[in-house]
Ligand binder design. Structure first.
Ligand code: M6R
Length: 367
């Protein structure tokens, strides 16, 4: 049932071209120039009149939510807040019937997310679910929703569910933007054509980086710490890269927005500190270049995820992983793939049980 792969996690990483495609199927109609999402369309007035959208989730789904904030604010121009479900539910949040609350959950059973949703519902918010497991508790309690069609995710470390969540959030952002006029027709058309090509780009990244990442991973089997840095859309991608590594390899890893480095983490940098830096051309590239200079001045080991043909960051980096160029909003999908592989191989070489890491359960149904 692992389809010839050694672990479910690796199988699920490689399923991403298909799971992203399946998540868009029937929704993204490039030929007709439309995004069809009944869950959004049937309640479009709720979204249109919303004071704000609050996204609640835990773990990887929370990281997807952070990227959702960039997407929905940029394209939909609706204010978004992203909260850990566990914090939201216990802090007496101010919620009204003008709020739309979106819960993101692979399992649809996460106790904190469920409790946070119940609270939002009691306070009159419109509640929307982005779940992977059909008919799960969260899918059932929500007023409406969109399923991610990632298929069953068995590995405890979320991979294909994450990129499917990003796909849904992208569709929602573009649909809202088109509807409320913030996204003009020409931009909408070119963005949806680009989204349609993302599964192919993910496939390309998988085949072009798979062997190289196995080699890179060998050099970091004995690392004790890692920093992951990114800016803009790729700041949450850095958080997610770090979470993947820590949960399956048990190496301590921290994700940071790259510019925050000089407010603390830079003190950690020496020749023993590996730093993964996500540096695509369209994501504040010049700023990232100076961050890499600062790291190299302190002899940190840089593993850079860059676009094909990159020069400036690549010349300074110790390891270079190339991904295809995309508009910035799609870069976390493409950039996450090599980071999943890196975490996977480091964990495998350390002899860790990648599908079932210690102390973790696939769905956290207790608080
Ligand atoms: O099923 P959910 O998406 O609600 O789960 C949320 C987190 O428990 C989950 O993403 C967790 O952080 C994963 N182990 C991350 O890989």
């Amino acid at each position: 049932e692992k389809g010839g792969y050694e672990h479910f996690m690796l199988k699920e990483i490689f399923e991403q071209p298909k799971s992203i495609h399946d998540t868009m199927r029937g929704r993204l109609l490039v030929g007709e120039g439309i995004i069809k999402m009944a869950g959004i369309w049937d309640h479009i007035e709720k979204f249109k009149n919303a004071n704000r959208i609050i996204i609640i989730a835990c773990g990887t789904s929370w990281h997807a939510g952070l990227i959702g904030e960039y997407l929905i604010e940029e394209y939909g121009r609706i204010p978004v807040e992203v909260e850990y479900a566990s914090e939201f539910r216990y802090r007496n949040p101010i919620i009204t019937d003008r709020d739309v609350v979106i819960a993101i959950s692979q399992s649809g059973e996460t106790a904190d997310t469920m409790a946070a949703l119940k609270l939002a519902k009691e306070k009159g918010a419109f509640i929307y679910g982005i779940c992977n497991v059909v008919d799960s508790s969260i899918a059932r309690i929500t007023d409406a929703g969109s399923y991610t069609h990632a298929g069953p995710e068995i590995g405890v470390a979320s991979t294909k569910a994450f990129t499917a969540q990003l796909t849904i959030l992208t569709l929602i952002a573009f649909k809202l933007g088109k509807h409320n006029g913030n996204l003009g027709n020409a931009d909408f058309m070119s963005l949806i054509a680009e989204l349609d090509a993302i599964p192919k780009k993910v496939e390309d990244v998988l085949s072009s980086t798979h062997e190289q990442i196995q080699e890179i991973a060998k050099d970091f089997v004995n690392a004790t710490n890692f920093l992951y840095l990114g800016r803009g859309y790729n700041y949450p991608a850095a958080l997610e890269g770090a979470l993947k590594l820590k949960e399956i390899s048990y190496i301590h890893a921290e994700g940071y927005p790259a510019a925050e480095m000089k407010h603390g983490p830079i003190a950690l940098i020496d020749e023993n500190m590996p730093i993964v830096i996500i540096a695509p051309k369209k994501g504040h590239y010049d700023k990232i270049v100076s961050n890499v200079q600062e790291i190299k001045a302190r002899k940190g080991k840089v593993i850079a995820v860059v676009n094909k043909g990159d020069r400036q960051v690549s010349e300074m980096a110790d390891y270079v992983i190339e991904i295809p160029e995309t508009s910035e909003c799609f870069s976390p999908i493409v950039a996450s793939v090599p980071l999943q592989l890196l975490a996977y191989y480091i964990a495998v070489y350390r002899g860790a049980n990648v599908d079932q890491p210690r102390n973790l359960a696939k769905s956290v149904t207790v608080e």
